[in-house]
Design a protein around this ligand. Structure first.
Ligand code: 5GP
Length: 191
C-alpha cells in the first residue's frame, strides 16, 4: 500500500507582503506544521540565527548544494541565492507532517513542476502603495537593495494568477486562518 505524503503548501508573493508574519501566525496556531528552513547566500540580518531563519552559506557552499541536487528548488533574488533543502521536506512529509515553504515566485514555479499535488498560495498586498511603504520603511536594507526588491516586487505581483489561491493580506489573523484551512485540506482550493 502506498501511503501518500502529507501536504506541501508553498506561500509565495512579493518581498514585503508579510509572508513571514502570516506564516508565523499560522504556525503559532498550529505547531504541528513544519516550516522549511532555506539555505541562502544573503548575510544574516541582526537577530537572525544560523539554522533558525536560514542556513547561511557561502557561494561555494551553495554551489555544492546545487551540484549535489540537495535543493528542491532555488532562485537568485535581489543579488543573493536562496534554496529549499530537499531531504528535510521529504522526510517530514513522509512522516505525516504538513510542510510549508515560504519562498519567492521563481522557486514556487519549480515546486509546481517538481512536486505533483503541491498547493501554491500567493499572498498579495491590499495595494501597491501598502507594499511600497513596507519595503521602503522596514530599514533592514540599504537603498540599492530596497530598489532591487521593489523591481522584483512589481514582477512578482504579475505572477499571482499562476497560483492555485490568492490571499490578500489585509488582516494577518484572517490570512493565517485561511492558510491553515488550506493546509488542513489542500484539495479544497482546487476546482
Ligand atoms: P529575505 O532576504 O527577505 O529573507 O528573502 C528574500 C526572498 O527570498 C523572500 O521573498 C523569501 O520568501 C524568498 N526565499 C526565502 N527562502 C527561499 C528559498 O528557499 N527559495 C526561494 N526560491 N526563495 C526563498
Amino acid at each position: 500500500m502506498t501511503v501518500s505524503a502529507a501536504p506541501l503548501v508553498v506561500v509565495s508573493g512579493p518581498s514585503g507582503v508579510g509572508k513571514s508574519t502570516v506564516v508565523s501566525e499560522a504556525l503559532s496556531r498550529d505547531p504541528g506544521i513544519w516550516l522549511s528552513v532555506s539555505a541562502t547566500t544573503r548575510p544574516p540580518r541582526t537577530g537572525e540565527q544560523d539554522g533558525r531563519e536560514y542556513f547561511f552559506v557561502s557561494d561555494e557552499g551553495f554551489d555544492e548544494l546545487v551540484a549535489t541536487e540537495g535543493l528542491l528548488e532555488w532562485a537568485a533574488f535581489a543579488g543573493n541565492r536562496y534554496g529549499t533543502p530537499r531531504g528535510p521536506v521529504d522526510e517530514r512529509r513522509a512522516a505525516g507532517t504538513p510542510v510549508l515553504l515560504e519562498i519567492e515566485v521563481q522557486g514556487a514555479r519549480q515546486v509546481r513542476e517538481r512536486v505533483p499535488g503541491a498547493l501554491l498560495v500567493f499572498l498579495a498586498p491590499p495595494s501597491w502603495e501598502v507594499l511600497e511603504a513596507r519595503l521602503t520603511g522596514r530599514g533592514t536594507e540599504d537603498d540599492a537593495a530596497v530598489q532591487r526588491r521593489l523591481t522584483a516586487a512589481r514582477e512578482e505581483l504579475a505572477a499571482a494568477d499562476e497560483f492555485d489561491v490568492v490571499l490578500v493580506n489585509a488582516d494577518v489573523k484572517e490570512c493565517a486562518q485561511a492558510l491553515l484551512r488550506l493546509v488542513a485540506d489542500p484539495t479544497s482550493a482546487r476546482p
